[in-house]
Design a protein around this ligand. Structure first.
Ligand code: 164
Ligand code: MG
Length: 319
């Protein structure tokens, strides 16, 4: 089987910048790919790297697409090297979409976590999301001074309904002492804090292992398990907590499927702020591989474009 291949770069400004310990992220740059099979069926895929998480850079993805022939085969797709995980996801998802069986995967029963803005803006934003039906929220910490963030946290916890779940994501920005302080605070809130995500930097695995054994509040690895190789490595080192999987950058969906079907791990699926193309492929994987119904971190819709033919057609017609 051969597929006509074409691709387009895409830059989309976030409606609100994503502010984390990594910095301020304003524009989502990705590559949209199109495959057309011999029957004329069209399928889309999305390559949305996050190089500061450990995936390839956008330029490396573009260089890879650029050197491909106009007609590609499944062998070419399954030979994409592990150093290009976002490309592996984009191309394999597009290929899977051409298979009838894949169409039927239902991801309507997922529950979603809403990402609150960093800082005190969260105090105003949570109610809008609560009214939209979110019961799980994620708030970024490790952005401002810890004393300021704890103050905001205390008022957020006061305001949030008791049934709401809150996730704290430090993006590796806390010191060991600050992480312990946050965990101590969370211990007093009887499970209203679902987990603290990536409290320490990727090189501090043993410290996070120690913290996960010392406190009840769960710790989720995110940057530490950004690619499948890292995921397997942390699993082999005995990580007892939660694994955040970002399908858009973790790598090959077929390899991910194999890993998740072989190992019982506590997983939270998470967005890479992709467009609706990558989102649909990622949510199908989440529906297929979630074993414990944790809310998926794909709540906020204003980071991506709705998947409508006009948007995609114009992307192809305007070049
Ligand atoms: O996981 C979620 O709840 C939403 C997605 C999200 O928080 C992120 C997506 C991509 C990069 C990061 O800024 C951030 C994360 O660290 O999880
Ligand atoms: Mg995270």
């Amino acid at each position: 089987m051969v597929y006509q291949f074409s691709y387009r770069p895409l830059n989309k400004k976030f409606t609100r910048p994503v502010i984390t310990n990594h910095g301020i992220w304003e524009i989502r740059e990705s590559v949209i790919i199109r495959l057309v099979d011999t029957t004329g069926k069209v399928s889309w895929g999305e390559i949305s790297p996050i190089h500061w998480f450990g995936s390839e850079t956008l330029q490396q993805a573009l260089d890879f697409c650029n050197q491909l022939p106009a007609e590609i085969t499944p062998e070419i797709i399954f030979d994409i090297p592990d150093k290009l995980p976002a490309c592996q996801f984009g191309f394999e998802s597009a290929l899977e979409n051409l298979a009838e069986t894949h169409e039927s995967i239902n991801y309507q029963n997922l529950t979603y976590s809403g990402l609150l803005p960093a800082g005190k803006a969260a105090l105003d934003q949570w109610k809008t999301l609560w009214r939209q039906g979110y019961q799980t929220f994620k708030w970024k910490i490790g952005v401002d001074e810890i004393s300021k963030e704890i103050k905001i946290f205390n008022s957020l916890i006061q305001k949030l309904p008791k049934s709401a779940k809150l996730r704290l994501d430090a993006n590796g920005g806390l010191s060991y002492e600050s992480a312990k302080l946050w965990l101590k605070i969370c211990e007093t809130l009887n499970n209203r804090i679902e987990f603290i995500e990536q409290p320490l930097s990727v090189d501090k695995f043993s410290e996070m292992l120690e913290l996960s054994n010392a406190y009840h509040t769960k710790i989720a690895l995110d940057e530490s398990v950004a690619t499948l190789q890292q995921l397997e490595d942390c699993y082999k080192q005995g990580w007892p907590g939660i694994f955040v999987i970002k399908p858009g950058i973790v790598g090959s969906p077929s390899q991910l499927r194999k890993f998740c079907q072989q190992h019982q791990i506590d997983v939270v699926f998470s967005s890479v702020f992709e467009t609706a193309i990558g989102r649909e492929a990622a949510l199908k994987l989440a529906a297929e591989l979630s074993q414990n119904n944790r809310a998926v971190g794909f709540g906020i819709n204003h980071f991506f474009t709705e998947k409508d033919s006009n948007w995609l057609k114009s992307l192809w017609n305007n070049h």
